[in-house]
Design a protein around this ligand. Sequence first.
Ligand SMILES: [Zn+2]
Ligand SMILES: [Zn+2]
Length: 213
Amino acid sequence: MIAILDHEIVSNPQPEDVGTITVTATVEGYDPTFTAKTFLEEFIEVESRSKENLNDFLMESGINDDDTADGIIELMTYISEVTSSASTDYFPGCALKVGLFLVYGDHQIEEAVQVSLDDHQIEEAVQASFQESYIIRFRPASMFVVEDLPREIYDKPSDTDENCTICLDEFDNGERVVTLPCDHYFHDECAVTWLETSHLCPLCRFELPCEDQ
Ligand SMILES: [Zn+2]
Ligand SMILES: [Zn+2]
């Protein structure tokens, strides 16, 4: 078995796609394709539902246990390399699309890569998940709660460059940052603008109270 992996970093995703990973797995010679969108951290967890589903998909396609395990390990290794290596363009504010293609025997590998990266498939999967998140997407956070969030003046640690994952700019000394209850912090202005549209933390989807609660 050969596992072919490829990825695309979406540097300016829709707000609800920030921090997500979309995995599309295809097994050569098996028609259905596995696609799941989940938060990257959730996917990397040892027991995540998306990984279980991927496991089921690979087993269903007729792959033996060893190859299923190998495929998932290769995928996880690949994802951790993409998300942790300084040589890639990955940053927490983007979305990641990963294609896993498993090939048996001496099929044309280049052809296989072509299929695994079929944008159309990925596009459709993303469309489907838009529908699901549509309802919660446009509920603003309560103004009173937003006003009460703790603010402080950013004091830049000498050896780190942290970014505001809403505007993607680095935090600079003297800028006002606001911290959400989940401990994620952003530029005050960025967070306020964001929370006027969505009551979810852009990084972890922590839910702030809404206007009507
Ligand atoms: Zn910002
Ligand atoms: Zn958060």
